[in-house]
Structure formats: C-alpha cells, structure tokens
Design a protein around this ligand. Structure first.
Ligand code: HSE
Length: 359
C-alpha cells in the first residue's frame, strides 16, 4: 500500500489475532487487561487484539478462527476447565499447542505457561513452530529465552518476526527496555538487582516475624511464586533472569547450570535479626557483568538503593559510563503487573506491523 506516512493510518484499527499458551495467573492477567482496556487500546493505539486460541496443559484448549470471548474464557477457567466455555459453530476443543499454532492463523504466539528452566520445553518447540509459521512471539515464560536465546533470535530474524520477552524480567517494570532503549549509547559495566518477587516478599515478611513456611504460602497465594516455588527460594528464577539480561544486554551465552547460584532457604530468623541489629537487610541479589553472572543473598545497608524495596517490588541498578548508576524500581511479580508487560510487547508488535502496512 502506498502512503504519505504514518499519519495515513490514523483512525484505521488493526486487528491482531493472538494465541495464548498457558492460562494461569499471567495469562488470565493479560486477558483481564485486554478486556478492561479494549476501548482505550482501540482509541489510543488503533489496536484491536483478538484471542483466537488458548491452550493449557491440563485444563483444556480452545480454538476459534473468528475469536474467543475473553469474558467467557475467564469464566470458564474460573470454573476449573475450558470445557465450560460455551459451544459455538467453528469452535475446536482439545487441540494440542502445536496443532493450534499450525491452524490458528494468529499473528502472535504468547507463551505464558510455567517456565521449565532446565530444557525450556515444551515452550521452546512452541516458539520455534510459531516462527516457522511466520508468527511473532511474546513470552512471559523464561525457559526458552534462558535456554536458547541466540537460537531464537536467529529464527526470529530469519522469519522477519519479533521476539519479545519483557515479562520475563521484573514483570511489567521495563527492565529490558530501559537498558536496550532508554540507556542507548551508554556502556553498561554491571547490572545488579533484586529480581525475584517471591523471595523479596518472603524476606520482608520474615523481618516482620512471619515464619519461612507462612511467608512462602502467602507468596504463593498472591500469585508471585513459580508453579514449583523451589525455583524462587533456591535462586534459579533470579538466575534465569540474570541469564536473560546477560544475553539481551551483553550478548552472553551463559549456561544456567554453570552459574554460582544460592537462594534464601538457609537464612534463619537469627540471620535476619543479626542483619537488622547491624542496620542491614538481607536481599537476594543477582549480579551480571559482560563476562559473568551470579545470584546470592547479601546483607545491604538500609540506605542502599536495592535495600529499600519491600514485598514483591523489584529493583535493578545499571552501572553506566555516561550516567553512573541508574536504578529502576517497580513491581516484579503478580497477575496484572506481568500481564502489563505482555501488553507492552503486543503494542510493540502492533507498532511494527502498523508501520510495515503503510510502507
Ligand atoms: N516467581 C517469579 C518471582 C515471578 O517471584 O519473581 C515473576 O517472574
């Protein structure tokens, strides 16, 4: 289509068909946001996303090429299974994710299933299949990015499609975009951060006197923890985020299994009290340099920028040549705050597609 420039698409609303793999805390958060903001997204961004398929591991799957009703999806999953979604002509049930990716006609695959940090599977196969089918990919699932970043970047380039994963680090707080776009032109010498919401929430609550077990139970209840919360408390979730930051910012290819990683499981109420008596606070710190990455608990003075964040709030400091230290603080885990990152990535894809459609 020939046009004079971007202004020529003002007022033209672009539909975007989406496939959602994984319909847990994060997937439901995204669907709720898309429902609540439908009019705003259309008005402000000319963006009309349409969910054509949802797949889960044990709660069914649905595909309708003309779109599924978001509220109907939320109601069905709240009742325990997508089988509760009403029948309609053209609706397919029970397809597996690879069948859905092949048949959906979607423009974007959203991977929001639980992360497998060892193999990245089955999500890695889903992402590869999506690129092979010419789809853009947006991930909240950390596994594929932590395990196969460079392979996926190469496949995205070959397919001419976007690979976006803002949700994998600090939920909707734009840790990746701040570094890659906001700090453009700066050399980043080091990144350090509180990157796991669950353990930060637990440490905050344990300082207030809660037991380890009760603090973990609350973090699970609030939707912060991974499906297997040992990934949080043993440091592997923070380590996966360190690997992702290392890859995206420093082009590293770190093997998660080779990283020095320590979690918070061994920290006792006595350790926490001793830090408090010394005017310090335990934080689980991930540190990434252009060469290496590591995760370990550290005692920080209370006036340290990374010591100030409590609960599921995360913080990240970029040490740069032009600006010195830049610290970003914001939500690190939870339903809507992670859904917000998926929305930001979808809008980035939408912007790319809109620009292409007018050039
Ligand atoms: N379990 C993760 C956390 C979720 O607690 O930070 C967000 O990646």
């Amino acid at each position: 289509m020939h046009s004079a420039g971007p202004s020529s698409i003002i007022g033209v609303v672009l539909d975007m068909k989406l496939t959602l793999i994984g319909f847990g805390v994060v997937g439901q958060g995204l669907v709720a946001i898309l429902t609540d903001k439908a009019a705003e997204l259309r008005r402000q961004h000319n963006f009309a996303p349409q969910i054509v398929a949802v797949a889960t591991r044990s709660r069914g799957s649905l595909l309708h090429p003309d779109g599924l009703d978001p509220q109907g999806l939320l109601t069905a999953i709240a009742a325990g299974h997508l089988d509760h979604y009403p029948d309609a002509a053209g609706l397919s049930r029970g397809l597996d994710p690879l069948q859905i990716i092949a048949q959906s006609g979607a423009a974007v695959l959203i991977e929001a299933a639980p992360s497998n940090l060892q193999t990245g599977q089955p999500a890695l196969d889903h992402v590869r299949a999506a690129f092979a089918a010419g789809q853009h990919v947006v991930l909240a699932n950390k596994g594929p990015v932590a395990v196969a970043y460079h392979d996926l970047v190469a496949r995205a380039r070959a397919a001419g499609r976007s690979l976006l994963f803002e949700a994998t680090v600090m939920a909707g707080t734009p840790a990746l975009r701040t570094a890659t776009a906001g700090l453009a032109g700066c050399q980043i010498a080091e990144v350090s951060g509180v990157l796991n919401g669950t353990t930060n929430y637990m440490l905050t609550e344990m300082e207030r006197g809660l037991t380890y077990a009760d603090a973990l139970a609350q973090a699970q209840q609030l939707g912060y923890a991974e499906t297997d919360p040992s990934a949080d408390v043993d440091g592997w979730d923070a380590a996966a985020k360190a690997v992702i930051l290392g890859a995206a910012l420093f082009d590293q290819a770190l093997d998660l299994r080779a990283l020095p990683v320590q979690g918070i499981r061994h920290l006792t109420p006595a350790d926490i009290a001793a830090a408090r008596a010394a005017g310090e606070r335990w934080k689980l710190i991930a540190r990434i340099t252009p060469q290496a990455a590591a995760v370990a608990p550290a005692r920080l003075p209370l006036d340290h920028p990374l010591a100030a964040v409590g609960g599921a709030t995360n913080a990240i400091t970029y040490t740069t040549d032009l600006l010195g230290a830049v610290t970003l603080i914001g939500p690190g885990a939870g339903q809507r705050v992670t859904g917000a990152a998926l929305l930001a990535d979808l809008l980035a894809v939408h912007q790319r597609v809109s620009h292409r459609s007018i050039s």
